[in-house]
Structures are given as structure tokens and as C-alpha cells.
Design a binder for this molecule. Sequence first.
Ligand code: COA
Length: 333
Amino acid sequence: MLNSKIVGLGHYVPERVVTNEELSGMMDTNNEWIIERTGIEQRRFIDPAKDTVANMAAKATHMALERANLEVSDIDFIVFATITPDYFFPGSGVLLQRELGLESIGALDIRNACSGFIYALSTADAFIKTGMYKTILVIGAEIQSTALDLTTRGRNTAVIFGDGAGAAILQASDHKGVLSTHLHSDGRFAEELYVKDPGSSRPHAERQPEQILDTSSFKVHMNGSMVFKHAVVRFSEVIMEALEKNNLTKDDIDLLIPHQANLRISQFIQKKFELADDKVYNNIMRYGNTTAGSIPIAMSEAFGEGKIKPNDLICLAAFGSGFTWASALIRWS
Ligand code: COA
């Protein structure tokens, strides 16, 4: 059986920095509340005249290709994780394929929210292990800002989310890179963190936008405390599952890169696994929660800062809407 390894990482975040103070001018919130509950100090919002999910992903891709010393033409498949595609359909994978100038390679879209990047990585890893593709571009990218309710009504979600894109190039390899991936879901909690519209669950009359008087169903609905409670349990379980599968222990982890949902969740996991500060990478302070973008952005930054070294054991873990949760263990080479 073939193996897969990450040969390049890249990321792109929009230029516009939005501080907690700026949000406090739009809604009834404040810097102290946001930092205390989430750890977030600022996030990036797109310029709608310039940034799209696909072109942010393209910028992240070019960075990853350069670091990998590869050309766009080396990519033979795209797996694109996003819940905020540029269009309701088609997904952003084909838009990225077009943007990169790749003529007819396949593009697959993944909609597993905050777990989306690990689901995408797992899919790409499986494709490589079957020998179907050799070089797969794996993307996590989101534009959350333009859907946020930036009034006091939406403050429990508006302060959390941000925009950005991350890319990883996965290649067939003789060495074991991706050791294992673990994917889970529990749809009983689907409505605890979701956006209802434009969904097909409505009868015909209600699916006509001009009939929808209350547009709050187009915004993120989140039961914050329910998400928090499940996240801490599932993060722990899925990290343990990955370690046990590979006969490893928490002491073998060189760097844990948790999905950047909330700094408090990351700190809870760090404490539970008794990991030193330099063994957990967080950047939620600067970017907020970029959903599928968060893990590849963090991985790319950690790599750029020299925090991912050859032979390191990297653990990725995520939890989010669905509920879905996932982990991956990677031996860096
Ligand atoms: N600024 C100021 N006050 C706010 C606020 C904001 N941005 N958002 C909510 N509040 C208020 C609430 O209205 C509530 O007021 P009340 O007590 O007068 O009713 C109070 O703060 C507490 O709200 P609550 O929702 O219970 O706070 P919390 O301690 O659960 O923190 C979250 C809210 C969202 C920060 C927290 O639940 C959380 O982080 N959950 C996980 C979310 C997450 O990770 N989502 C991403 C999933 S991948």
C-alpha cells in the first residue's frame, strides 16, 4: 500500500483586520468579554471587491506549491473543504480549478464545517493510498464575515468567526506521512450549530426568497454552551483514538494543532493531555474561527515559524457543526 505525505503548506488571510473594539462599535459587546470567553483579539474580513473563497484558496495554493517546489500542473486532483462556497452550487473546487488554469482535473467539495479540512485530508489520503492520484491539493477556506449578523442580535456568533484559506499538497510517498485519520459524526445535534437557508427542507412557497420575511434563517444559529460541552469531550476522544491506533501516547505528540474554535477549548485539551505550551499551536487570537480554514492556516503558520520539523509527530483535531469531529496523526518527513 502507498503512503501519503504533506509536501507543501500555504495560507492566505484577507488584509482587513477587524479588532474587538471595531465590533464593539457595531453591537453590544466589548473586548474583555470576547477575550475572556474566546481568546480572540482580532480577525480578518474580506474585501468583497477583491476576495472570493476560490481566489483566497488560489493564493494559499501558490504559497504551498512554492514551498513544495512544485508547479500548478503537478496537481492531479482537488479536495476543497468549505461551508461558504462562492455559489450555492457549483462548489468552490471547480472555481479553484479554473482559477489555477488546470484544464480538466477532478474537484471534490467537502462540507463538514470545522472538521472539513481533516475530512478532506482523509479523503485525499485514501485516494493516494489506492494509487488513484499522486498529487492532491487539499484546501480549507471560508468567507464567514459577509454572512454574520453584525448587530447585537448576532453577537454570540459574530465575534467568533473570520475569513481565510489554507492549502496542503499531499503526495504519494515511500515514507509514512499521514499515519491515520479518524472521522465521526452525530447528526442528532445538527440544529445546534447550523444555517437553515437556502435549504431544501422548506416547501415550495417558502423556498422562494421573496416569500421569506424573517431572514435570520440565513444566519449561523449556534447553541454555544452545547457546542462547548460536546467539543471538549469529542476532541479528547478522537485524539486518544488516533494515538491508540498507532500505539503512541500523548508524550509522543510534538505539536497538537487543534481546530481554532475557541482558545478556551484548546486550553482545556492542552491541560487534559498535559501538553507544554510549545506543543500546542494556537492562532485564534489573530484570526478568530475560520472554520475549515483554521487547521491548514495554523499548520502553514506553524511550519513557517519552524515549529514543524522532520520526524515530528503532528496531531490535528477538530470538532464542529454536524456535530462532526475528526483527527489525524502525521509523521512529518
Ligand atoms: N458580547 C457580550 N455579551 C455576550 C456576547 C458578546 N459577544 N454574546 C453573548 N453574550 C451574553 C449573552 O447574551 C448572555 O447574557 P445573559 O446572561 O444576560 O443572557 C451572556 O453573555 C452569556 O452567554 P452565553 O452564551 O451563556 O455565554 P458562554 O459563556 O456560553 O459563551 C460562547 C458563549 C459562544 C463564547 C461559548 O459558548 C463558546 O465558545 N462556545 C463554543 C462555540 C464554538 O466553539 N463554536 C465554534 C464551533 S466549531
